[in-house]
Design a binder for this molecule. Sequence first.
Ligand code: APR
Length: 250
Amino acid sequence: MSRDQDVDRLASLLANSARIVVLTGAGMSTESGIPDFRSEGGVWEDEDLLAAMSDGYLRRSPEDFWPKFKATFLNQRFLTAVPNRGHQALVQLEKMGKQVEVYTQNVDGLHQQSGSSRVMEIHGNARTAYCPRCHHEYDLDYVLEHPVPRCSWETQKGGVCDTILHPDTVLFGQAVRYLNECIDELGRTDLFLILGTSLTVDPVASLPMYKPRGCPLVIINLDETRFDSMADLRIHEKIGDVLPLAVSRL
Ligand code: APR
C-alpha cells in the first residue's frame, strides 16, 4: 500500500475505535531529539553503558552508575525535549472523546507533558529518585545537585539516612510496571496501536500476544518488528509523518 492508502486505513481504524490502547517506545521521542536505543547511533551502541544500567551495577558501583545514568537520561537534550506531533496526535484523539490509554516504555515524561491524561510508565520516569531504605522521594533538582545523590532524611536517632538513592526508572534486573493493567485493558480495547518500539525487550515486547481476537493491531515503526506479520496494518514510516495526518482525516 502507498503511504496515503496506509494513512486512510489508519484513519478508518481510529474512527471506528472508542477505546484505544497505545504502547510506545523510544521511537516516539526521536522526533523530539531524544535518540532511541537500537537504531544506528542508538544509546545501546555503548555496550559498557548498557551493562551499567542495571540494579546490580547501581548497588555495586553507584559512583560510576550515577554519572552514566545522568549523562544518558538527564542530559540537556533529554531535559529540554518537548513533545512532538506524534504525542500531540494522541492528545487530539482524546479531545475527540476517545479513551486513549498510553503505556509507554519511555522515561522522558513527554506524553504527560503533551497533555495525555492516561499515561502508564512501564519503565518509570528518569526525573525523580527515591531512597530504597526509607522510601522518600527526591525531585530532579536534588538529583542533579549531587553527583551521587544520597538520602538526606533525618533518622529518629538524629542522624541522616544517607542511603544512595535509586532513580525512579526500572533498571535491567527489575520488574516492569503496569503489565497486568495493560493486559487487562487489552481485553476491553477496540484498537491496539504500537508506536516506535523494536518490540525486543520482554515481557513488554510480548504484549501483542495478549491482543484479543478481532481487535485490530497497528504497528507504526521505522524498522520491521517480529510482530509485523500479526498486524492488521504495519507502517514503516515516521510516526510524526503518518499519525497526525490520519487523525486530521477523522
Ligand atoms: N517513527 C517511527 N519509528 C521510529 C522513529 C520514528 N520517528 N524513530 C525510531 N523509530 C523506531 C526504530 O526503528 C526502532 O525500531 O523505534 C524503534 C525503537 O526501538 P528501541 O531503540 O529498541 O527502543 P524501545 O523499543 O523503546 O526499547 C525498549 O529497551 O533497553 C530497553 O529500557 C529500554 O525502554 C527501552 C526498551
